[in-house]
Design a protein around this ligand. Sequence first.
Ligand code: SF4
Length: 676
Amino acid sequence: MAESNESVCPYCGVGCGIRYDPDRGNAVGWKGPVNQKGELCPKGAAAWDVVEHEDRLTQPLVRVNGRLVEATWEEAFDVIEREFDQILAESGADSVFFFTSSGCTNEENYLLQKTARKLGTNNIDNCARLCHSSTVAAMGNRFGAGAMTNSLEDLMEADVFLVTGANPAEQHPVIFRSYVLPALKSGTKLIHVDPRENATTKGADIHLPVKPGFDIPLLNAMAAVIVEEGLVDEAFVAERTTGFDELREYLSDLDVDAEAARAGVEPDALREAARLYGEADRAAIFTGMGMSQHHCGTDNVHTLINLPLLTGNVGKAGTGVNPLRGQNNVQGAGDVGCLPNVLPGYRDVTDADERADVAEVWGFEPPATPGLTEVEGTHRFGDEIRAAYVFGENPAVTEPNANQVKSKFEELEFCVVHDVFLTETAEYADVVLPGSVWAEKSGTVTNTDRQVIRMRKNADPPGNARPDLDILREFAERVAGLDTPETPEAIFDELCAVAPIYAGMSYDGIGTGSQRWPFPEGATDGKAILHTDSFENGSKTAPLRVVEHVDPADPVEGDELVLTTGRVLQHFNSGALTRRSGVLMRMRGEDVLQIHPDDAADRDIEDGDRVRIENDRGTVTVAAEVTPAVRRGTVFTTFHYADPLVNKLTGDALDPTAKIPEYKHSAVRVTVHAEA
Ligand code: SF4
């Protein structure tokens, strides 16, 4: 019998089953635990394009006299060992920063965070910092778990979906097509909160085109209507929450019409949305980066969490707060400890008992001081951070204020980039290590609804590229003297011994299905619905919270517009993979700036004109798409392209709790490009 090759799509957090079909010479879906009919979206269907791409790195590269030249693995690792040894000896482990990869496996990420901690630093982060760190912080604080409260399957029982700051029709297409649309066809109502009409809005009963940065007034006003109109689930509030009196008092002083106007939406539509949500037997929230990527992102999600707590929409099917995670293993990268403040299983690095527990398995105690987050780390390149290991991420494109990021990378003394293509970040590398794509590795990933799914090898890496786990094992051994298990299965077993939320899972148990965390003793599939009788932190109650609006960090002045960024169906994150797919580039080869007709007319901009978008951080040019889909005063584009590099314009004001940057609100001037 042929060895099975069922793997997982390398793109979004849905976690669709995908494998290579030799008869078709292409990737196809298999009936996975999420895409149960084997369906794929255009990105998944094009995932084979990156496997055999001519741009693949096939040989290590080492910088000599300013140029990257081919080297052997031995030569590349000799340079890495020498430079790391010297920097560690001179400046200590906290002079090094590790970027791990939410697009790589649990086992690879687990190994790299363990290596960092063996060296003596918690300076380790992943791109979850840039997408949902604020959601995780708020949900962890209130519910005791920073993950979807429910499973995709049970969410189909909802009477109402409230989708805030997310566009699942384009960004999580298989969830939308296979879970949301069937529910809508059965009568579930959809409220969509988004500054822009997009593919998700087409299925909505109510669209609230919120002004970017004004989610707190909108959600507070919805909560005020729920209280004012007697839609509070009093039994639930009495039994499962604290702080109701204080919140009620705050909300009773709010002027709903004024808050709606501040949020830029019609008061009647807001009241209707609040009633729809508050009157439903089962109302479920999907939340995305429109909520999380603000300098008040944690407070945005805190405000959102008040709605299910007021209405008893927690702990049962078809309810809860459900973050739609971006990348195929962004949930897992956090679960396995690729965060500067927690060890595997979200164990607090500052807690001596947690460190001692982990030390029993590891044979050494991890450091106690929380490390730097991703953007904080980059800001300190050339200062206390002297070296970085960048594994499968492309911060030169994805971090905000890209011109500053570029100059910080230039200041870095020593940089290793471990990736499959010569990414924009690899241009700053001293050593480039050619790794493996989804089809060339085995291991596990954890999808958006906490399902751990296995990836299986379909092909060998090209040329002298190597499996990522082999490369990380050699790095661990040569730089940190860490002896590591050889196989992904053995590393997964160690992860399950260290991370309580994974305890009891096994490779065999997962098979071609999944196991979901938490995984209580005796479980076979794991717990689908969280917080049923008590919250995951063991408390019977969760606090309701008064949250005040704070203005965006980058206020609009004069004739400036608000730039908000997002994603489209055909591309993914920095585009390092999808921009190399001929099919996807034919579907969407370049970026456009969506601008409202009135804003366009004010600036003599016509559809298709090249426009210049600028602020004090940078300038980019792009074609205009004049459309009423985007609200007046706001313009929209994506961050998928290295040219135009839109993150030149985004600001790096950070949320004080989660340290997530405010990607969703940047003041810009838009004019017709003079050379057009
Ligand atoms: Fe891949 Fe997400 Fe598309 Fe599924 S929905 S095929 S996981 S990109």
